[in-house]
Design a binder for this molecule. Structure first.
Ligand code: 5GP
Ligand code: MN
Length: 325
């Protein structure tokens, strides 16, 4: 892999639609690492990311494809090496997917989701890793370059670690995850700063949206299922901006006795769904069976093309069927 990087003169890093902290953190960690070994690269994301990640080192140079589609496609077509981070199915790239598929570049997938598709020449895949950011750290480590991890790369990796692990809470966290965090701190990371910059950036309208959404949580009779629904009208009313609904679904899961949580959001003509579960209930299977989605066992997502009211009925009926099976 070291040789592959060495011999590639144009490198692109892509990650998934609706980029989250792990998508952005792992992409920028790799970008900043490559820079350290004198390799220039371009990070391309299908669409924009929440403003509370715009302090990460290199974030100002990210190409947002839905704003700069021609340039993004050109970079992908010209690349000799494309890193695909934090996804394993090209449909997660939206409109960019087919362009990455037919690009002449060697593709390297670094990812931790279940059921990887077969589009990459090289795979660094581990479904039980807590985050792609952890895999990026391990990749740098395996190259013998741990000493190149500075405060800024550390912030990118740490962002992925905490946003994908509920701040070290989920079962995907291993002792290695904590050892990585400890090493990052030894290398200059200010972990408190990262938590504050990501989680303490609320404005009043986001908190009012939270209050409104909490008031709308419903629990299904006789099933351990809680869900909330936000229409585009609701979102408009609270001046929704990207990232404002991040984490909302977890409130549903925090209800005693609830094992499956869902959040349904009307979004550009479709209904985007987030699923979370506890224990052995596989919401990734649920998402792929009923809602053209996927993800992890306990955290997955999907979509419905139906109007929001019907999508809610579709969800409640299908989760009952799924749990009865
Ligand atoms: P979230 O609910 O935070 O948007 O996503 C939770 C998990 O499900 C993430 O790991 C994400 O990659 C995955 N996921 C969300 N939406 C989709 C989707 O439409 N398709 C697939 N395959 N995975 C998704
Ligand atoms: Mn991830």
């Amino acid at each position: 892999m070291k040789n592959l990087i060495e011999n590639s003169s144009s490198i692109v890093i892509v990650s998934h639609k609706n980029p989250d902290g792990d998508a952005i953190g792992s992409s920028l960690a790799l970008f900043n690492y490559l820079k350290k070994i004198k390799k220039q690269s371009t990070v391309i994301l299908p669409d924009s990311f929440p403003a509370y990640y715009n302090w990460l080192c290199g974030s100002d140079g990210i190409l947002i494809a839905d704003k700069q589609m021609e340039k993004s496609k050109q970079e992908i077509a010209n690349a000799e090496l494309i890193f695909c981070l934090d996804f394993n199915d090209l449909t997660r790239l939206g409109e960019l997917g087919p362009f990455v598929e037919k690009a002449k570049a060697v593709k390297v997938m670094i990812d931790h989701h279940q059921n990887p598709k077969d589009f990459a020449g090289f795979k660094l895949h581990r479904a039980n890793a807590c985050s792609t950011a952890q895999l990026i750290y391990e990749f740098i480590e395996s190259n013998g370059h741990k000493e190149l991890v500075d405060e800024f790369i550390g912030e990118c990796i740490y962002t992925g670690l905490i946003t994908d692990s509920g701040s070290f809470k989920y079962s995907s966290v291993e002792s290695k995850t904590h050892l990585i965090a400890a090493d990052l701190i030894d290398r200059g990371l200010n972990h408190t700063k990262v938590h504050e910059l990501i989680f303490d950036q609320n404005n009043l309208s986001r908190l009012h949206l939270l209050g409104y959404a909490l008031g709308k949580i419903q629990v299904l009779d006789n099933y351990p299922v809680a869900f909330m629904v936000l229409s585009s009208k609701d979102l408009k009313q609270f001046n929704f901006s990207k990232g404002d609904t991040e984490g909302l679904v977890n409130y549903c899961l925090s209800i005693k006795g609830v094992e499956v949580a869902a959040f349904l959001k009307e979004d550009a003509g479709i209904v985007k769904m987030s699923f979370r579960s506890k224990g052995i209930i596989r919401v990734n299977d649920f998402a792929s069976k009923y809602f053209s989605g996927g993800g992890h066992i306990n955290a997955a997502g999907g979509r419905s093309e139906l109007p929001i009211d019907q999508a809610v009925i579709q969800f409640t009926q299908s989760i009952k069927l799924f749990l009865n099976d």
